[in-house]
Design a protein around this ligand. Structure first.
Ligand code: ADP
Ligand code: MG
Length: 139
């Protein structure tokens, strides 16, 4: 898939809405990038594009760890977890088995807990409000 660029938060939400149509119906999508890169913002667009919730209903799951939007979209943030055995208590495998899209921030820190087949979206801050999104489908 190509590289996308946005120049504002709203453009990133719009990009997420478009990507929602291209991403698999069921699967794991890693949102990879520094703090403030735009992972949660892109997730808002994807959730909205899936018709699972409005963008303003989507917030960072930094403290709650997992947000469920309907039965079809999950949004997970593993930032606050340090060890794989803490992550193991979340029951992610059960979510991965569901007929749902699972968006994960900071999931790349625990590669051994992820399915081999997944989509990775790398987000780079290329200055001020400019962001670059590189999408890779693995397997
Ligand atoms: P993350 O989840 O990666 O930590 P957030 O999506 O929560 O990042 O925050 C992104 C921040 O960057 C927000 O404050 C947003 O307003 C700002 N921002 C500026 N330009 C963009 C852009 N092009 N896309 C997304 N966010 C942007
Ligand atoms: Mg975030």
């Amino acid at each position: 898939m190509p590289t996308y660029r946005t120049a504002s938060e709203d453009e990133t939400i719009a990009l997420g809405e478009r990507l929602a149509d291209e991403l698999p119906r069921k699967g794991v999508v890693l949102l990879i990038g520094n703090l403030g890169a735009g992972k949660t913002t892109l997730a808002k667009g994807i959730v909205r594009g899936r018709g699972a919730a409005q963008a303003e209903e989507v917030s960072s799951p930094t403290f709650t760890l997992i947000h469920e939007y309907g039965a079809r979209v999950y949004h997970i943030d593993l930032y606050r977890l340090d060890e794989a055995r803490q992550v193991a208590t979340l029951g992610l495998d059960d979510l991965f088995d569901r007929d749902a899209l699972v968006l994960i921030e900071w999931g790349e820190r625990f590669p051994q807990l992820l399915p081999a087949a997944r989509t990775e979206i790398r987000i780079r801050n290329t200055g001020e409000d400019m962001r670059e999104f590189e999408i890779t489908q693995i397997q």
